[in-house]
Ligand binder design. Structure first.
Ligand code: PRP
Length: 215
């Protein structure tokens, strides 16, 4: 491959490993990525790529600032932080749903301000704002399901994957806000200046996604 290497931010963890496997199948392997060590950067000159392990929530920050050309980010992060990047492809993995959840018998009383606990304040604000519903936002860092149990909030806005965390805490999904999955994102300047290489990668990854789905 000619030109410089494409820099790609992978989200640390299982989703990142699955995304890497997809990229490897698409023709961008770099087996050292899966080595069990503390290194964060890996490159394969022959394949024209350099990979970085990044905290999942930070991938879009690296891409937006051009520290990497490409990245794999969850749609939840893109909806919440609205980074100025191109969303090139749905990788159709890491699927889950952004939901409103709470006690199964919860009844929303419009005369009362609804207390909503979440890690995703912008998504919650947008969702209720679009419905003209007054809310009090309670932003937490995790274990959101605890909030309605201890009376900190009426409902939560959170990710539901299997639904097990809600069930085990006596809660249920009440409304779906958006389907979530992993997306291939690109820095806007990289897309302009390395357009051919970026688009070639996106095309090949798309084929690999389709093969995955067919398998
Ligand atoms: C996420 C989310 C839910 C859980 C949903 O939490 O916030 O708690 O996964 O998955 P399930 O429907 O399959 O049970 P995460 O594991 O990221 O931890 P957190 O509590 O720190 O947010």
């Amino acid at each position: 491959m000619s030109g410089r290497l494409l820099n790609i931010a992978l989200p640390k963890g299982r989703l990142g490993e699955r995304a890497y496997a997809l990229l490897a199948r698409a023709g961008y392997p770099c087996p050292a990525v899966l080595e069990d060590n503390r290194r964060l950067t890996f490159e394969n000159e022959e394949a024209g790529v350099r990979y970085f392990w990044v905290k999942p929530a930070d991938v879009a920050v690296y891409v937006e600032h051009g520290a990497t050309d490409l990245g794999i980010a969850g749609k939840d992060i893109l909806l919440e932080h609205r980074p100025d990047v191109y969303e090139l492809l749905d990788l159709r993995m890491g699927r889950c749903r952004m939901c409103v959840a709470g006690p199964a018998d919860f009844i929303d009383r419009p005369e009362r301000t609804l207390r909503v606990a979440t890690k995703f304040p912008n998504i919650a604000r947008d969702y209720y704002g679009a419905r003209g519903r007054d809310i009090e936002l309670i932003t937490l860092g995790g274990s959101i399901e605890l909030a309605p149990i201890v009376g900190l909030s009426d409902v939560i806005v959170d990710i539901v994957e299997t639904g097990a965390t809600l069930r085990e805490n006596g809660l249920a999904p009440l409304r779906e806000i958006a389907p979530i999955s992993a997306r291939l994102i690109a820095n806007k300047a990289s897309f302009k200046f390395c357009g051919e290489a970026v688009q070639e990668l996106a095309r090949r990854v798309e084929r690999a996604v389709e093969e995955n789905e067919g398998a």
